[in-house]
Write a protein that binds this ligand. Structure first.
Ligand SMILES: [Zn+2]
Ligand SMILES: [Zn+2]
Length: 244
């Protein structure tokens, strides 16, 4: 193995889309068709894939080769947290199968214990407060991607809210906890289609607060529950909620 920097930063290679645009393939805002729409999937996944390709090159392995899967297993088995970037951890998960349910790890049925363990391990790589490793924007994008790869493991409103937000996360627009809660309240109220028609982040996150949410939305600004098990060493990783 080549030497690895501790806590290497992820998602710093290549260009991000400069502006939100419609996907030429599925017609929704680009990214929102993730992962079913191939164009949306490539757009979202490119930051992950570029890091993985760099790791492959450093290990003198080729994509699709027999060594790639072994490398993925090594990355996931590694108990030295922070040896590989979070993007490589995520990508490695797409290259192996859950030993219990045979799905991609963390995407199997809710009662698969091994998938739950894989999910928890992934978030032990959560380094909020170290934006040189993962920015709040990238953390939100990471959460959105993980939720959309396994929407059945989350409440429908959570998956829908991340689906609405992901085109804006891709261009670096981060919604605040309060804004995300407002979007979620509108999803719960059955307004998904109207929300999906918002062409800008300002429109989407600037919707009026729903009256019945007003009481607890204030409290919610300070009490954001994570939608995945909190990282073991970071109990207050609430800066970017995974569940608004
Ligand atoms: Zn698409
Ligand atoms: Zn499983």
């Amino acid at each position: 193995m080549a030497d690895h920097q501790p806590f290497p930063a992820g998602a710093r290679r290549g260009e991000r889309p400069a502006a939100v645009s419609a996907c030429p393939s599925c017609g929704d805002l680009a990214g929102r068709g993730y992962p079913e729409c191939r164009f949306c999937a490539e757009l979202v996944d490119q930051a992950w894939l570029q890091d993985w390709q760099a790791l492959l090159a450093a290990e003198q392995l080729s994509e699709g080769g027999s060594g790639e899967r072994e490398l993925a297993e090594l990355v996931l088995d590694d108990d030295e947290i922070g040896r590989f970037s979070w993007t490589c951890t995520d990508w490695a998960m797409t290259l192996v199968r859950c030993s219990h349910c045979a799905s991609e790890p963390a995407t199997g049925p809710l009662d698969c214990v091994r998938c739950s363990m894989a999910e928890a391990t992934r978030w032990s790589w959560d380094h909020s407060g170290t934006p040189d490793v993962i920015t709040p924007e990238d953390h939100a994008l990471r959460v959105a991607r993980a939720v959309l790869r396994a929407p059945h493991r989350h409440r429908a409103v959570v998956a829908s809210t991340w689906r609405l937000l992901i085109p804006f996360l891709l261009v670096g627009e981060l919604a605040t906890t309060g804004q995300i809660q407002r979007v979620r309240a509108h999803v719960l109220a059955g307004h998904y289609e109207e929300l999906a028609a918002c062409a800008t982040h300002v429109q989407l996150t600037g919707l009026p607060e729903l009256y019945w949410r007003r009481d607890d939305s204030h409290r919610g600004d300070h009490q954001v529950r994570l939608d995945h098990p909190p990282p073991p060493r970071e109990a207050e990783a609430d800066q970017v909620p995974t569940e608004a």
